[in-house]
Design a protein around this ligand. Structure first.
Ligand code: SF4
Length: 405
């Protein structure tokens, strides 16, 4: 039987995820209900069960894009619908990671008090017991630390935000599972292998239902510096996470097989990414498709006052560096600087020197570390930002400290 994925859409939804009233909440309640009941027998799925709902709350920092985290109205609607269907217990859990506490994230996303008022448990994964899971079928991510509530729940419902993603091209259902990974393993396999990593996580946690929030979406340099699409107004649901991601990706104007994570998940037998083998209900893909602006990974030739030399760099360093420079540029911190040079990636074999750069020479990532010491000048010539890859904030903080930004 073909997996079912439903697309529900409204022409107009008033208000915003940050400021809303019962008016738009009622519209979204009906939209979410339409989508999930078209996708599955939702009542049978959750009745008398313990349900854990996992939104995307990575990361609702102050000043972050309003389309970066799951719309609180969608999360509220999902909790209410599980309660109306006779759930035994419903919890909402997340761990934004990268040093941000779950308590802060739920508060900043305006969800904590709303969920408590509804009688849902708020599950701070970073405060819960951690279980080490031996992931036997894994390609690379074998010993995975998992929040115990995720493993204990009868039903896991995945509620991601629809966005393009600098590193993964899109972030939808599969990528949302990264919120289950604890900080000590977040930057592990966070290079080109992040795609294998997420498929390995999917082997452990296969959601019973994925509900993709595309009410407001983000395109371009997302997740952090993309453009907000305020009028997308759709919700996509499916019990096959790969099929849901494939349909959502196609709706964004990106063929499913362009997305490595979707491709790999299908190859590993974890779902269907072939649109011709998916039963799409509700709106047709062509009726709602919009060609999202794609993220640009390279930093070469992009920024004033930065010469970026790209050697043999993988998507880990390229995306982290581009995010860091986007952040510095967005905050107008680059504009006041003299020109500096950043080298990223592995130099060609036998190349031990850079012989032409402007300003300070920065090396981004462990692959470039051999260039720190100049064999010609017999001295240290560059500042290294170590890591494989370095975190986005590493270069940002080094720049701020070095140039008093
Ligand atoms: S240090 Fe090298 S392998 Fe590691 S993320 Fe950077 S480019 Fe990729």
């Amino acid at each position: 039987m073909k997996p079912v994925v439903s697309i529900a859409h409204r022409d107009v939804i008033s208000e915003s995820p940050a400021e809303y009233s019962e008016e738009s909440l009622n519209v979204i309640r009906a939209l979410v209900a339409e989508s999930i009941y078209a996708a599955c027998d939702f009542d049978s799925l959750v009745r008398n069960k313990t349900v854990l709902i996992k939104p995307n709350l990575v990361r609702p920092d102050l000043g972050a894009l309003p389309a970066i985290t799951t719309d609180p109205r969608v999360v509220i609607a999902m909790v209410e619908l599980t309660q109306q269907a006779g759930v035994r217990k419903v919890a909402v859990g997340e761990n934004p990671g990268y040093g941000m506490s779950s308590q802060f994230a739920f508060r900043a996303a305006r969800l904590r008090s709303a969920l408590t008022e509804l009688g849902a448990e708020v599950c701070y994964f970073d405060e819960h017991e951690v279980v080490k899971v031996e992931n036997h079928g894994a390609r690379i991510f074998k010993n995975v630390l998992m929040p115990k509530p995720v493993l204990d729940a009868d039903v896991f419902i995945n509620v991601p935000k629809m966005k393009t993603h600098m590193h993964a091209l899109v972030t939808l259902g599969i990528k949302n599972l990264h919120g289950l990974v604890y900080d000590e393993q977040r930057m592990l396999f966070h290079r080109q292998d992040v795609n294998h990593k997420m498929v390995d996580v999917l082997r452990i946690v296969q959601p019973s239902l994925t509900v993709i929030d595309g009410i407001w979406a983000a395109e371009g340099q997302a997740p952090l510096f993309g453009n907000v699409i305020k009028d997308f107004n759709l919700v996509i649901s499916g019990t096959d996470i790969v099929a849901a991601d494939a349909v959502a990706s196609a709706v964004m104007g990106i063929a499913p097989h362009e997305v490595c994570m979707i491709r790999l998940a299908e190859k590993e037998g974890l779902g269907c990414a072939n649109l011709s083998k998916i039963d799409v209900r509700g709106k047709k893909i062509e009726e709602v498709r919009r060609n999202f602006k794609r993220p640009v990974l390279s930093s070469a030739g992009v920024f004033d006052n930065i010469i970026c030399l790209e050697g043999g760099a993988c998507s880990g360093c390229l995306s982290s560096l581009r995010h860091a420079l986007d952040k510095l540029s967005f905050e107008e911190k680059l504009q006041s600087l003299d020109c500096n040079t950043i080298y990223v990636g592995k130099p060609m074999p036998n190349i031990t020197n850079i012989d032409s750069w402007d300003g300070d020479l920065w090396l981004f990532g462990n692959c470039s570390s051999d260039l720190v010491f100049s064999q010609v000048e017999r001295r240290t010539v560059a500042k290294l930002v170590p890591g494989c890859p370095p975190h986005i904030l590493d270069l940002y903080r080094h720049f701020c400290d070095t140039y008093s930004l």
